[in-house]
Design a protein around this ligand. Sequence first.
Ligand code: AMP
Ligand code: MG
Length: 414
Amino acid sequence: MADAKNADFQLNPLIPVDDALGRLLNDVQSYVETEQITLDQALGRVLAEQPVSLVDVPRGDNSSMDGYAVAMASLNKAGPTVLPLSQRIAAGDEPQTLAPMSVARIFTGAEIPAGADAVVMQEKVTVDEQGIHLPADIELQQNIRPKGQDLQMGEQLFAQGKKLQPADLGVLASAGISHVEVFKPLKVAILSTGDELIEPGEEISPGKLYNSNRAMLNALITQMSMQVVDLGKVEDTLEATKAALIQASQSADIIITTGGVSVGDEDHVKSAVDALGKLDLWRIKLKPGKPLAYGKVKGELKDIPIFGLPGNPASALITFCLFARPYMFKLQGGEVTKPLKFKAIAGFDHVKSGTREEYMRGVYEEGTAMRFTNQSSGMLSTASRANGLIVVPVDATFKAGDWIDFIPFSELLK
Ligand code: AMP
Ligand code: MG
């Protein structure tokens, strides 16, 4: 049995990382339930509408300085001008039309009175019993923030599918919007396979190791503002794996498993999913994380997609970030964008990678990227000490000082 699976798997061609992602994203059948929420609940949520500004921002011309509002027409062309004060306008006041041949005291953020077309900052003015002494060098519209310079009434603020970040919530608020229509959080079932796994807090014994993938996946999914359905650990038997997958398909929109997708006798995820739907083992040109399992489990109402991530924690993390994360985001109605990647100077030599694209855990500091010497896929501590991944193309050779690509974790873990 294991040999037959092994033969199938070996026959599958190696798929480049970008192609694999493209194929996965094409296969997403979007999930469209939505809900209305208030802005204070909206951080990290994905827009299911295209909100438009309810107002001009700013609503009227306003002053960017504490000073004096004046009409250019009342200024002396040849030199300084002295004018009387006619009103005082603080932020929040409704101004009167500026009386001819006068100035208005005005403060930052206050609306410019009709008739005024420049603001002179208070430091450039002297005040005595004759009035307000204005300098000669005043320019039209100086120190005035024009109406609508930030946003215009009716302007579309964001596209559907945008994940809302803190500044976006500020923009929505400034546009007068109190509620937004967003997609409901995806329910993501996670389960760890492996008889060797025990949970932190339990006593360790020979042959066992603590389950790190569960805590990590829980956090990765929570950070995406999705809902975790934690099904814990599954015994390495076909029956237990099937039972867990049935439970997962009844309680979640997508299933993520770790481990058990190699082709050994103790790997039951493939057979279990095949019994309930279909699972393909993909060989990806990726290091770490060559085996990736993707398929569907037949649910009562819909097919439930499933990712079988590798058991090795660093591979699980990287395959989650590269494949499961964008897939889940699209499934929930999000518009997938590529993570920002920037150029860094390699702080090390690298001899030919071979046939797989390599994602090395590394540290970027002041323009230079260093990698951890030990890139074992079983080592998770380097992923937590790293601040991103160095992307090494297939067959690449480079020397310290050459340019390489770096993706900060902040781009992948949000
Ligand atoms: P597997 O893919 O099941 O063959 O697992 C590959 C390796 O990853 C083995 O050394 C497992 O012990 C380890 N592993 C699998 N699942 C976990 C987990 N949840 N936490 C930590 N290590 C794991
Ligand atoms: Mg296993």
